[in-house]
Design a protein. Structure first.
Length: 212
């Protein structure tokens, strides 16, 4: 299996890490059939990808085998957090287009227990790929292999990708920017996730003093 490294700068402070540990503990002691969690926010820059990295890393550090699935095939932030940034990394889009196997699209990382499926190249039809039977099959395969799967998606207020992917997730975590996300937007996002029949696990407050 190929290996990638995360660049420094995403490690949270002790207080923030404690919050992520508490969230991961809640996920571990909740409904054990829920393993696939989708993270999304309303708009770009709210910190969804940072939250996904931190939550996945903390859960892996607690002894779990974790996959971070980057489903933002349009404008991935996670790519910029990799030491191999700038190199082509076959990932989700190649797998969904039957151009690579799971083994070719999943990478081990420098964080013990944490694996990554990057977004791959930009396809013409991200939403259609996420609605495909092949994506459903992918989720069923990886839920059997990993203890937790965290799916990072584009902002729910920008495109249909998040709600499309949410159909296959067990639960969603809404990322909210302190002082940035309006209450009416958050309510609208919750309604959209509800239409996907994806229960919302809770919310993560980002960019507040001592949070995110």
């Amino acid at each position: 299996m190929k290996r990638v490294s995360f660049i420094s700068g995403f490690a949270p402070t002790e207080d923030v890490e404690a919050s992520y540990r508490a969230l991961c503990s809640n996920l571990m002691t909740g409904n054990i059939s829920r393993k696939v969690f989708l993270l999304t926010g309303h708009s770009q820059g709210e910190g969804t990808s940072m939250a996904a990295i931190r939550l996945a890393a903390v859960c892996a550090g607690m002894g779990n085998k974790v996959l971070l699935l980057d489903a933002d095939m349009r404008r991935s932030v996670l790519k910029t957090r990799l030491a191999v940034f700038g190199q082509a990394l076959p990932g989700l889009s190649e797998y969904l287009q039957d151009a690579s196997s799971i083994e070719e699209a999943v990478y081990s990382t420098d964080i013990s227990g944490l694996y990554l499926m990057p977004p791959g190249g930009l396809p013409k039809n991200p939403s259609e790929l996420l609605a495909s039977e092949r994506f459903r099959e992918l989720i069923e395969i990886i839920r059997r292999v990993f203890d937790f799967v965290f799916i990072d998606t584009p902002p729910i207020g920008h495109c249909a990708d998040a709600t499309t992917a949410a159909v296959r997730a067990d639960s969603a975590i809404l990322v909210v920017e302190s002082g940035g996300t309006r209450g009416r937007d958050a309510k609208r996002d919750l309604l959209q996730l509800g239409r996907s029949h994806c229960p919302v696990e809770g919310a993560l407050l980002m960019k507040s003093k001592g949070a995110g």
